[in-house]
Ligand binder design. Structure first.
Ligand code: MOS
Length: 755
């Protein structure tokens, strides 16, 4: 078991406040007792099973399917192919929104990547549908698979990520390099990685006339209702999505995809509910992944170790037909002070499924390269890597010059280094061994993540029994969002979290915004806070207008909500319970509502980020090249901490993902066929308990007065960003080897080391 510890400063604990308390997950008991129902657990009356038949080639055409054979299989009800696929109201080759991708829904016989759906078999049982799909025995006109740097098509980009600029330049780069006394340059390669959520993508679709009900894991319910409505020619209000639990999303469940659309089409075609669940292998293609990158970093430094120029170029793979580009080079924009910075991207079209957002999209791959480059620059300057980062500490956002809304990075460096014991680190590599003769190395990396905020809505109902119901639609992906959000609502409502009933995970509730971008707690939390304030204001109106209330006439002075009572602001001894106020007013409840968004002026005036620092220890077997991460200390500042238990666990999750990126994960392509050779959880490596060392996450207090009225930032993704580089740098420190491609493997460390 990982060793756990966390520190929490006093400022986050408000007296009498629910925020800051380490409550356990509200849905924890349901989950550990198996009573939480996930999408695929739904079995409506008369339900059919759909199974995708998927391509085994990367490019070409389907020339033949044994439709009659498959259709003759007992239990098979229908086979959907391009020949009989019902029409859609929106062309799937046309992007609906920046967040909408082109999808394969049997529009024709073209194959654009391996694992693309080429037919859908619908049957009375899962077994019959699976066997029917096998009997289709497809034949193809095969064209060469273009899956490499050499045979892919290079192209210029107009945008990266979700609408970010492909090229950002600050200052005079040539002058910066001319002023440099030391220049370092290297190339870094990050592999394709797949989300591999425990719960596969699934849908149970039911039509009732022109009303559609979908049980599906979904990170962006309101947006999805609009998109499904457009595809099926019905109003968004006619689409009901139920997504009470997600077995992980990581970005791949925020976006509509072809297989799920096909399942919904099948339900409409056959006028019966249809369930479709992707197999693990079928998730390697049509539902997104983190795209491969080839990044070049060139850094110029003066004699004192200050950056004079920073050039980050990322070549990023995408599909032949759409253009999600990992915004990797943009990781170099917000962090280190350099008078000249150029971050730019180019694209590479391959015969692969379109990549998409995957936990810390851009930042994860980009900071992995940047943090190794910073380490190499420190080495070239003969400086300690932490001192080098402090020498290049940006007081304002590089380029824009905007002040940070808050930046506790110095505290993260200091506290992390102290806890880790960094000051004892020898400068040169290969200086440390453990009692068994293993090489020991220490490395570090800076963590950073931006703070997006999505519009969100909520409703808060105060009831005459003294309890409250709060509602907002957004899904809990497993991180404990419901628990933290209920704490925010309880605090505003002046109640104990146990008195607050929390409803979420259904699209008919007020729009909870997007569960992604590490922005869910801030976005939905602000909506809940404002809805709660609205409910309290309505209750106060009742009380202050009632001559029988001790609060009568306190309208201008104001009231405070605490302990299920309203108190006069100027005399807290004078108060009345919510239940009494409602009862005397003859009301069963008061309802507050809100639609909330961060003031856009905040982002224009301030640079909005969470910050952190990660310190890593690795041990490397000098003979076998085997690497183990043995110790990780992360210190993070992310504004106000609502629930330290959940936040710590998010940091642990991010840091473990960092171990995974550094040492484990890679989808390996057979370039002769374009097939992924390890499309399963046996050979696509992710860390298991034995790979996870002692973890320590330090919660650095940060009072950010600008970020939003709650002071809350995101914590979900930042933990990956510093960790990857920290581990790679620790491996260099242990071995003297700079490995610049991920995952770092035994064979990278076996060749004789430079002493
Ligand atoms: Mo995410 S990549 O914001 O789920």
């Amino acid at each position: 078991m990982p060793h756990e510890s966390a520190t929490l400063s006093v400022p986050h604990r408000r007296h009498g406040s629910n925020a800051g308390q380490p409550l356990t997950r509200r849905d924890g008991r349901l989950k550990v007792t198996g009573r939480a129902t996930f999408a695929a657990d739904n079995h409506p009356e008369g339900m059919l099973y759909a199974v995708s038949a998927v391509s085994t080639i990367a490019r070409g055409r389907v020339t033949h399917l044994d439709i009659e054979v498959a259709k003759g299989h007992p239990g098979v009800v229908e086979i959907m192919t391009p020949a009989n696929r019902p029409p859609l109201s929106h062309d799937p080759d046309v992007k609906m929104a920046p967040f909408g991708f082109r999808v394969e829904v049997l529009q024709d016989d073209t194959v654009r990547y391996v694992n693309q759906p080429i037919a859908l078999v619908i049957a009375e049982t899962l077994e019959a549908a699976t066997e029917g799909a096998l009997l289709l025995n497809p034949r193809y006109a095969v064209e060469e698979a273009r899956t490499t740097l050499e045979n892919g098509q290079h192209y210029e980009l107009s945008a990266v990520g979700i609408g970010s600029p492909a090229r950002t330049a600050h200052g005079d780069l040539d002058a910066g390099f001319q002023a440099a006394s030391i220049v370092t340059e290297a190339e870094y390669v990050t592999p394709p990685q797949y989300h591999n959520a425990m719960e596969p993508h699934a849908v149970v679709a039911q039509w009732d006339g022109d009303h559609l009900t979908l049980d599906m894991p979904n990170q962006a319910m309101a947006l999805s209702c609009i998109s499904y409505g457009a595809y099926f020619g019905i109003p968004a209000e006619n689409v009901l999505i139920r997504s009470p639990f997600l077995g992980g999303g990581f970005g791949s469940k925020a976006i509509l995809n072809g297989p799920q659309l096909l399942g919904i089409l099948a339900a409409r075609m056959l006028k019966r509910p249809v369930k479709l669940v992707l197999t693990r292998a079928q998730m390697y293609g049509p539902v997104g992944h983190r795209g491969k990158t080839w990044q070049t970093l060139r850094l110029g430094m003066d004699g004192e170790g200050h950056l004079t120029a920073l050039h980050h170029h990322a070549l990023c793979a995408t599909s032949s037909f759409d253009d999600f580009i990992e915004p990797a080079a943009n990781a170099s924009l917000p962090l280190y002070a350099s008078p000249a910075i150029l971050a730019e991207h180019t694209g590479l079209r391959l015969d692969i499924g379109t990549p998409g957002p995957m936990r810390a999209p851009g930042e994860a791959s980009g900071s992995a390269a940047l943090e190794i480059a910073m380490d190499e620059a420190a080495e070239a300057c003969g400086m300690d890597p932490l001192d080098f980062r402090l020498a290049n500490y940006a007081e304002t956002e590089p380029g824009s010059g905007k002040p940070f809304s808050s930046k506790a990075l110095r505290e993260c460096y200091a506290e992390g280094a102290k806890r880790f014991g960094w000051s004892g680190r020898p400068l040169r590599p290969r200086q440390m061994r453990d009692e068994n003769g293993l090489l020991v190395g220490w490395g570090m990396g800076t963590a950073v993540f931006h703070c997006p905020h999505f519009p969100a809505e909520a409703r808060a109902t105060l009831r005459d029994d003294g309890t409250a119901l709060v509602e907002t639609s957004g899904a809990d992906m497993g991180q404990g969002a419901w628990t933290a959000l209920a704490q925010i609502a309880a605090e505003t409502l002046g109640l104990d979290p146990d008195q607050v009933e929390f409803h979420s995970g259904v699209s008919s509730l007020p729009d909870g915004g997007i569960a992604g971008g590490s922005g869910h707690t801030a976005s939905a939390g602000l909506a809940l806070n404002n809805a709660g304030e609205d409910a309290i204001a309505r209750l106060a109106e009742l009380a202050t207008a009632d001559p029988q209330s001790p609060l009568f006439g306190a309208g201008n002075i104001g009231v405070v909500a605490r302990g299920g009572r309203l108190h006069r602001r100027d005399d807290e001894g004078q108060g009345e319970s919510y239940a009494d106020i409602l009862r005397r007013a003859g009301r069963a409840e008061v309802v507050g509502t809100a639609r909330a968004m961060r003031d856009p002026a905040v982002g224009s005036a301030h640079a909005l980020y969470s910050h952190g620092a990660v310190f890593a220890e690795v041990k490397v077997d000098p003979d076998l090249g085997q690497v183990r991460a043995t110790r990780l200390v992360g210190a993070f500042a992310a504004g106000r901490i609502i629930n330290p238990r959940l936040v710590r666990s998010q940091y642990f999750g991010g840091m473990i993902w960092g171990i995974s990126f550094a040492l484990h994960e890679e989808a390996i392509t057979d370039h002769r066929t374009g097939r992924i050779m390890n499309a399963d959880l046996a050979e696509y490596h992710v860390p298991v308990n034995a790979d996870v060392p002692a973890l320590d996450a330090i919660l650095i207090p940060e009072d950010d007065p600008y970020i939003n009225p709650l002071g809350v930032k995101g914590v979900g993704e930042i933990g990956i960003t510093g960790t990857v580089g920290a581990i790679a740098n620790a491996i260099w420190h242990a071995t003297g080897k700079r490995v610049r491609r991920f995952p770092i493997r035994i064979e990278d460390l076996l060749a004789p080391a430079e002493e």
